[in-house]
Design a protein around this ligand. Sequence first.
Ligand code: PLP
Length: 444
Amino acid sequence: MTRETKARANDWLQSYWMPFTPNKAFKAAPRLNQRADGFYYYTTDGRKVLDAFSGLWCCNLGHRHPKIVEAIKAQADELDYSNAFNFGHPKVFELANVVAEQFPGDLNHVFFVNSGSEAADTALKMAIAYHRLKGQGTRTRLIGRVNGYHGVGFGGISVGGMVNNRKFFGSLLPGVDHLSFPYDMNAQAFTRGEPDRDVEPFMRELEGLIALHDASTVAAVIVEPFAGSGGVFIPPKNYLKCLREVTKKHGILLIVDEVISGFGRMGASNAATLFSVEPDIVTVAKAINNGAVPMGAAIASKEIYDTFMEATTAGVEFFHGYTYSGHPLAAAAGLAAQEVFRDEGVYEKARALGAYFEDAIHSLKGEPHVIDIRNIGLAAGVTVAARDGAPGARGTDVFLKTYEQGVAIRANGEHLAIAPILTQGRAEIDMTVDALRKGLRAVA
Ligand code: PLP
């Protein structure tokens, strides 16, 4: 910050009510990014900070990739906006094809939105409407998972399972159940990759819920391949595959939320492909266009799309959409980002870096306060013990101390999350782990 802005800070920082941020603490000691380039942020007070969180799980290719910047500039120069209802523009159709072909089975139809939250709510609405169009209008119940995160819309927080995101907001959607959190620190602390635990108890629980309500009332199950925002928690091997089998058996749709896992985080285009699972709907956002312009999507199977198309002889088939669905700038950024993912072999590079990242992050075992470390692909969670009577305080302190070392990670309570830019190398992984180690050692 310049001296002038510092002097005004107390006033001018107040107008912006910041999301998911302790506003008072931030405004007392702001962290303001002036610009970014590649792996780094450059702050208003002259610091250079390594981005070890890919923005917010979204800048998988780093910041200001020249091809993406160029595509956005050219698009703004050609078509700044195009009415999303009853009009189209070529790039959004092209991007739908490029995205759809990366997902397994007949996940062929891409409904564009502007965020992961909108993608989740869109998917839930699609699922309930689909059953109604099939003559099964009683299938309205939804099943999420404890500690799941599907954004902040009312649908997303209803099926989501993070307590603070739910408890302030009333009764939420009716008819929602939650599967257990498939994580037990006592049984699996310091696991590398997918835990080797038995998935059967979790499937029996789902079968129990279905039996309780009857399958004829259940529309969909929604889960993340791994809980990202909740703190990077990875379900046991075969979890998603078994979930697919149980849901299919009962005619229940499986929605897989790939807002974080999509486009390289797990060293593959997406988790559904990686785990050889064919969901009915997948949600994506964030890295679809490297976070450069807001964009998300719900990708539906042919069966779902055809059902909507055939149910209506004329007129609108799905009464849903957003002014900025498939925005030209977002679509142009998306096409450029997808080209880079493909042409630069980014998923393969991310996969190759996974083992080094795993070893590096697990080298923090034994450092002060560390009670668990988990990883999958290029994502890791490190949990520190809570301070008595001050939940979240130690995690925040480690985050701040790591930032003082010039590395930006994320803290969610006691869970620290690391999500390197996929094109980073061993040097940046080493810098991140070194800063985190110093951060852990610096806090009481
Ligand atoms: N779903 C998942 C799995 C997410 O991780 C997130 C955000 O982190 C969302 C949905 C919500 O995305 P957005 O913040 O773009 O609404």
